[in-house]
Design a protein around this ligand. Structure first.
Ligand code: FES
Length: 147
């Protein structure tokens, strides 16, 4: 008996997953499949919306308590790699002091993900840029409060 459409679809999905895992590595694959800290914070202390040259957009939301990141969430309409990069950036941001947060850049995100193909490395810089923009927004809001 031939395979059903469901079985065919299931097999196809498994093949795609396997190829993605092989091409991108486990860290990227897991975050592409199940991104961590994806969402929006309505009352963020700092937030950003950055569109990269590729046309993809990423948003970052930060909740800061006692000069540390209590919560960091991201959102993107971009590719799988940008989702993995946003997820890693948010993971790295959690619990960091503001100084430590300022040190999270595209290179660190790429390193923690085990790298990305050359043509997708800009996704990490978009994630880092959006995270740093949310930090700048936080500082700007703090200054406004102090005035
Ligand atoms: Fe633009 Fe990934 S292709 S962020």
């Amino acid at each position: 008996m031939g395979e059903t459409l469901d079985e065919f679809a299931q097999k196809l999905q498994e093949e795609i997953f396997e190829e993605t895992r092989k091409a991108y590595g486990e860290a990227v694959f897991q975050r592409w499949l199940t991104p961590r800290f994806m969402g929006a914070l309505p009352n963020a202390d700092g937030k950003s919306r950055v569109t990269g040259k590729c046309g993809d957009t990423m948003e970052f939301y930060l909740k800061i308590a006692n000069d540390r990141v209590e919560t960091a969430l991201f959102w993107t309409d971009g590719c799988g790699s940008s989702t993995a990069c946003g997820s890693m950036a948010a993971e790295l941001a959690h619990g960091k002091t503001l100084d430590e947060l300022a040190d999270i850049d595209g290179e660190l995100i790429l390193k923690k993900l085990g790298g990305l193909p050359q043509e997708e490395q800009h996704c990490a810089y978009l994630a880092a840029g959006a995270l740093q923009e949310a930090l700048r927004d936080y500082f700007a809001k703090q200054r406004q409060k102090g005035e």
